[in-house]
Design a protein around this ligand. Sequence first.
Ligand SMILES: [Zn+2]
Length: 128
Amino acid sequence: MNKKEFETFREMLLEKRQSVLENIQQIEKNTLKKSPREASGDLSGYTYHMADMATDNYDTELSLNLASSEQRVLHEIDEALKRIEEGTYGDCLDCGKKISQQRLKAVPYTTYCITCQEKQEKKEKEKM
Ligand SMILES: [Zn+2]
């Protein structure tokens, strides 16, 4: 990969990084906004309140899962940016072969070539 191509991917990664950061902030804002629901002092509809709380917990959990998967992407983007600095960007972490540019354009922070990715996914499935 030449310097110009590295630069193109760096820009893509930085752009993606920005949008992931915004997503995380958005999720955090939504989660925080929902939480302080207590202290309404409404004891009349106890069962209703319980059900309501359960939904809230579910939503919070869902948001947190979403936030943590975004955090993971953020981490992967940072790692990819580091590899651009080191000049190893685009090499598969497993077999060391070049990852196709087509694949990098689709997922610029990917660390495996398509073959190794499939191998990993298969391994994951076998574990389950
Ligand atoms: Zn590979």
